[in-house]
Write a protein that binds this ligand. Structure first.
Ligand SMILES: *[C@@H]1O[C@H](CO)[C@@H](O)[C@H](O)[C@H]1NC(C)=O
Ligand SMILES: *[C@@H]1O[C@H](CO)[C@@H](O)[C@H](O)[C@H]1NC(C)=O
Length: 342
């Protein structure tokens, strides 16, 4: 199927083409102060967004009604027992609306402290909670060094998968007991490559159509491995390279895949959002560039779940504080909405 994106107005006018029907495909919904770092983004069943903060402190934000006129990041939970929050995902198939996130203490940006990780449960009780309950459910593993992406297993409500970027593994977190099985998926393709700027290999993870998809950040590559319906490794299976995007990006952070196999990835230090079609194999940059701030230091993406925004990709950013644009330009972390035509 042909996949089409709205082209920025500037690009169209440079080509001498007609004005597109939407001259502004990307819109910043809100921003925090400079020095903040949003790390992950998820979407509630009612369409509200949830964003996790990695620095300077462990906070959870929401943006209510993200298609509305006035959109703002509102703090809904603070977790003083930890300093940084990383990945978050909703637990499928529960009556209660439950999300799980992981976090830790840190000595700086991208420098979590081994052994300080924990997993937390967030429960929403109404459509308009202004504060939410958070409850620790696990201390993870004493060797957990950089827990990062969290992925739901469709149809499974008693466990989630959690990537450890430094130890090069994806473990299974049992939500009832809090046990974290670090032997679930352990592969060389998940380890940080030699010379990696940060000790980060596997980063984003997603379950899609019978596979666990994962990226290796500094390889800028996406892999997949077959799993059972219950989310266990198919015996004897090994990772297969899906796509190497290193000609377009130096780093991949979190990604999302829709039901049709359209994959979007945040490139963080390159300030771009990348697209890859699992069906056609086509890949390209759909937003931003190393010299632009529109997707400044983007860390994660998520598809809208409301009636009006299933063609909108929401992007969490850091404001490029780890790698300023042109060496000097930074801004506050925020959330950007990008209209996509797929
Ligand atoms: C993390 O830091 C907080 C202070 O910010 C401290 O209270 C807590 O004990 C630390 N946690 C661990 C596991 O070291
Ligand atoms: C970065 O530099 C380029 C080239 O000079 C310029 O076009 C661009 O606007 C700059 N970006 C920012 C965010 O200032």
């Amino acid at each position: 199927m042909l996949t089409k994106f709205i082209v920025p107005a500037a690009a169209l006018s440079a080509l001498g083409l007609a004005k597109p029907f939407n001259p502004s495909p990307a819109r910043t919904l809100d921003q925090l102060a400079v020095g903040t770092w949003l790390e992950n983004i998820a979407v509630r069943p009612n369409g509200d967004l949830i964003a996790t903060q990695m620095a300077p402190e462990a906070l959870v934000y929401t943006i209510r009604n993200p298609t509305g006129k006035k959109t703002q990041l509102e703090e809904i939970a603070s977790v003083p027992a930890i300093q940084s929050i990383f990945g978050i995902a909703q637990v499928p198939g529960l009556d209660e609306e439950t999300f799980i996130f992981v976090g830790s203490n840190s000595t700086g940006i991208g420098a979590p402290v081994t052994g300080t990780f924990s997993a937390w449960k967030v429960t929403f009780t109404t459509d308009c909670d202004t504060k939410v309950e958070v409850e620790k459910i696990s201390d993870m593993d004493k060797n957990s060094a950089f827990l990062n992406g969290v992925a739901a297993i469709p149809g499974v409500s008693d466990a989630l998968l959690v990537a450890d970027s430094t130890n090069g593994l994806v473990g299974r977190l049992d939500l009832a007991s809090g046990a974290f099985d670090t032997t679930s998926f352990v592969f060389d393709e998940m380890l940080p490559v030699e010379g990696a700027g940060l000790p980060v290999g596997v980063n984003g993870i997603q379950v899609h159509n019978g596979y666990l998809y994962f990226d290796n950040s500094y390889q800028a590559s996406i892999y997949r491995i077959p799993i059972t319906d219950d989310g266990f490794l198919v015996e004897g299976a090994t990772p297969e390279l899906v796509v190497d995007l290193s000609s377009m990006a130096s780093f991949l952070d979190d990604f999302a895949i829709d039901a049709k196999g359209n994959l979007f990835a945040a490139s963080n230090f390159d300030n771009t959002v990348l697209y890859h079609s699992l069906n056609s194999g086509e890949s390209r940059i759909v937003l931003g560039s190393p010299s632009e701030l529109i997707a400044a230091g983007d860390t994660a993406v998520a598809f809208g779940r409301g009636k009006l925004d299933q063609n909108i990709l929401y992007i969490a950013t850091t404001g490029a504080i780890a790698n300023p644009v042109n060496g000097t330009e930074t801004e506050g972390a925020g959330v950007v909405a990008l209209k996509i035509h797929v």
